[in-house]
Design a protein around this ligand. Structure first.
Ligand SMILES: C[C@H](OP(=O)(O)OC[C@@H](O)[C@@H](O)[C@@H](O)Cn1c2nc(=O)[nH]c(=O)c-2cc2ccc(O)cc21)C(=O)N[C@@H](CCC(=O)N[C@@H](CCC(=O)O)C(=O)O)C(=O)O
Length: 144
């Protein structure tokens, strides 16, 4: 059952443009960051109830995806992290495929396995973690 609500574009222009281009072209355009593939995550605003669309690096393994709250190593989590903590029902678009997933925040050994997959998919993540005291939140997205 897809998420319903009014779409609220991101105030960050480049991310908004990439999400909208990716969605409008069924993933044919705007589908990479530094040559690495992206996905677009749709989440429900924890306060606004609006639909938020967030491009993220594509970290996928056997049909599951990882949402990495890196925000370039900024001191604070990206806001979408709080959306997922509030409502784990999300949508993921990967190229032309769009499905419903449930998000589960990872910890411990499971988190370490997925962190290694994330760094393999996008090596910048390792550098981002060295730039911040916060532990970058990881959410495993499993198909509903
Ligand atoms: C700018 C802010 O966005 P954010 O949710 O903090 O997310 C910041 C970034 O993570 C986001 O721009 C990502 O798309 C950036 N980004 C990546 N960000 C990452 O964290 N990880 C990635 O792997 C990543 C890859 C990536 C690839 C391409 C690209 O174009 C961008 C990429 C935003 O949208 N703020 C809104 C509010 C958003 C929101 O969800 N509000 C909630 C409130 C939630 C609450 O406060 O509880 C609501 O609507 O209720 C606003 O200020 O009005």
């Amino acid at each position: 059952m897809p998420l319903t609500g009014d779409y609220e574009p991101s105030p960050v222009g480049w991310a908004r443009t990439q999400a909208e281009k990716f969605e409008a072209s069924d993933g044919a355009e705007g589908n990479d960051m530094q040559g690495r593939p992206i996905i677009v995550l749709t989440s429900l605003g924890a306060k606004s109830g609006k639909l938020r669309k967030t491009p993220l690096m594509r970290v996928e393994h056997e049909g599951e995806y990882l949402a990495v709250g890196s925000l370039g190593g900024a001191p604070k989590n990206p806001v979408w992290v709080y959306n997922l903590r509030n409502n784990p029902h999300v949508e993921v678009q990967d190229r032309a495929e769009r499905h419903d997933y449930t998000a589960r925040e990872l910890s411990g050994a499971e988190r370490e396995v997925w962190w290694a997959r994330a760094v393999e998919a996008f090596p910048n993540y390792a550098e981002y973690q060295t730039k911040t005291e916060r532990v970058i939140p990881l959410f495993l997205l499993t198909r509903l």
